[in-house]
Design a protein around this ligand. Structure first.
Ligand SMILES: [Zn+2]
Length: 66
C-alpha cells in the first residue's frame, strides 16, 4: 500500500522554553515563521522578533515527512 507522505517544516516551542508544548507545522518556512511569531506574541507576549531571534528560530526548524 502506498503511503502519501508530504514534507512539512516543524518547529516546537519546547525547544526554546520547557514550559510550552506548542508544536507547529507548515508547508513552507515562511508560513511556519508566521505561525511561530503569532504564537510567541499571543502566548508569551514576545512580539516582533529581532533578527537574532529569527535566526535562532530558523536554526530549529526541522523537516518532517507525514
Ligand atoms: Zn510557546
Amino acid at each position: 500500500m502506498a503511503v502519501d507522505s508530504k514534507r512539512y517544516k516543524e518547529l516546537s516551542c519546547g525547544d526554546f522554553r520547557s514550559d510550552c508544548g506548542f508544536l507547529v507545522r507548515a508547508e513552507t518556512s515562511e508560513e511556519l515563521m508566521k505561525y511561530c511569531q503569532e504564537h510567541a506574541c499571543n502566548t508569551h507576549g514576545k512580539c516582533g522578533s529581532s533578527p537574532e531571534g529569527i535566526e535562532k528560530i530558523k536554526s530549529r526548524i526541522k523537516d518532517v515527512w507525514i
